[in-house]
Design a protein around this ligand. Structure first.
Ligand SMILES: Cc1cc2nc3c(=O)[nH]c(=O)nc-3n(C[C@H](O)[C@H](O)[C@H](O)COP(=O)(O)OP(=O)(O)OC[C@H]3O[C@@H](n4cnc5c(N)ncnc54)[C@H](O)[C@@H]3O)c2cc1C
Length: 396
């Protein structure tokens, strides 16, 4: 093997790009990132880009809080005045009906507050003031997180990749990894069409393509792909960035929405999605029944859409889902030198800056700033699932 890298990162989505950046920031110079297509050409390109710390799973709150601070201070993090992740602070408003959802909302806010996050329960009148278009007749409890909002996954991933390159990393696009080379239970390199490179460690950030690791090194990869749809609608007035990200726990599809493209509403469903066998098999057509159903549920919450709502466009994307809808992060059991990052289950963008740092630290045998242990692959077998109050779906 003519080339040797301290760490090879597989996958140039927002997670892999973040790992590569953090590796260079931690002083590692011989870093190689392999991306089979272009940076951010995978599922990161399909993302709704919402940032929040609203999680019922406590470790997620801590990771999301640290990640949000990085989004907010992106230029300083990357040491580049030109860097832009597209962060827009709109706040996050969650509304819940009476019963289990209201209880989960109350508990979630308490968890956030315990970690010092500016989240609070708000009255329906306050919620209406934050979002004047809402019908809250069937809503019992509302919560608001002031610093939340959204950012741009393409800008974020490409900025991380550029900063990694400036820090000395080699980034090879159009270069799929074809196999991992291993010896004595340890990964020692990666094969591509251009040959083999030696690696001190490998961080795999292959998202829905992660199951390929089963064939390469026999790793247990509890991950399957599921298909999720997103649509945009316009009303009779611009839906500007003055409106918050909205989570509607009362809607049958558990809708989330946010301002989009200056004047539109982007909306997606928070359900379990449809299982997909082959992640490269295309994301399929958008059923108009789904558009009609989403439109109806959105119009229930924002009644002016019932008369004036217009469908814009829709797309489908893939989630890399694990049994508990939370990521697997850290060392691959039984395969020395291999670090895993998969299973973001539809909420990985908001975690990516901090997850990248934690994985880079682990790959360099440093203590991660926040514990990776809760996200270990063995948690399923050990019965320590990260099951949140919301079950299947991307809230967690
Ligand atoms: C519709 C939708 C909406 C979402 N909304 C949100 C949201 O609002 N907020 C949020 O936080 N998260 C959201 N997510 C989730 C979030 O976007 C993802 O968790 C995140 O982008 C995943 O990044 P990644 O780097 O793991 O994956 P990817 O971006 O998929 O990167 C993996 C990369 O690996 C590459 N690759 C595959 N095989 C190989 C190989 N053999 N060799 C080299 N490279 C390879 C692929 O080309 C790809 O670029 C959403 C996701 C979808 C689909």
């Amino acid at each position: 093997m003519s080339e040797h890298f301290d760490v090879v990162v597989l996958g140039g989505g927002v997670v892999g790009a973040s790992v590569a950046f953090h590796l260079t920031q931690l002083g590692c110079r011989r870093v190689l990132l392999l991306e089979r297509g272009a940076i951010a050409s995978g599922t990161s390109a399909q993302s709704s880009g919402i940032l929040r710390t609203y999680y019922s799973v406590r470790p997620n709150v801590a990771v999301a809080r640290a990640a949000l601070a990085m989004f907010q201070d992106f230029k300083a993090l990357l040491g580049d005045e030109e860097a832009d992740c597209g962060y827009v602070r709109t706040g996050y408003l969650a509304v819940a009906p009476e019963g289990a959802m209201a209880e989960a909302l109350r508990a979630t806010v308490e968890t956030q507050q315990a970690l010092g996050i500016a989240a609070r329960l708000v009255s329906r009148a306050d919620a209406q003031a934050i979002h004047p278009w809402l019908n809250l007749d069937d809503i019992a409890l509302c919560a608001h997180e002031a610093e939340a909002g959204f950012a741009d996954p393409y800008l974020t991933a490409t900025a991380f990749a550029r900063a990694a390159r400036r820090g000395g990393a080699t980034i090879r696009q159009g270069t799929p990894a074809r196999a991992l080379l291993h010896e004595g239970g340890r990964v020692i390199g990666v094969r591509t069409d251009a040959g083999e490179v030696a690696a001190g460690a490998v961080v795999s950030a292959l998202n829905v393509w992660s199951p390929v690791l089963r064939g390469w090194v026999g790793a247990d990869i509890p991950c399957h792909a599921s298909r999720h749809l997103v649509a945009s609608f316009a009303a009779d007035a611009p839906y500007t960035r003055a409106f918050p990200v909205l989570k509607d726990f009362a809607s049958p599809l558990m809708l989330y929405s946010r301002p989009h493209a200056g004047a539109e509403i982007l909306v997606g469903s928070g359900d379990a999605g449809d299982p997909v066998g082959d992640p490269d098999g295309g994301t399929g057509d958008i059923p108009m029944d789904w558009v009609a159903e989403v439109g109806e549920q959105l119009a229930h919450r924002m009644p002016r859409l019932a008369e004036h709502g217009r469908f814009g466009k829709a797309w489908a994307g893939l989630y890399d889902t694990t049994p508990d809808w939370n990521p697997v992060l850290g060392p691959a059991p039984g395969v020395g030198g291999l670090h895993l990052a998969f299973g973001f289950s539809g909420h990985g963008f908001k975690l990516s800056p901090m997850v990248g740092r934690m994985l880079a630290q682990a790959a360099l045998a440093l203590e991660p700033d926040l514990p990776l242990h809760p996200y270990r692959a063995a948690r399923f077998a050990e019965g320590e699932w990260l099951t949140g109050a919301y079950g299947a779906g991307a809230v967690s």
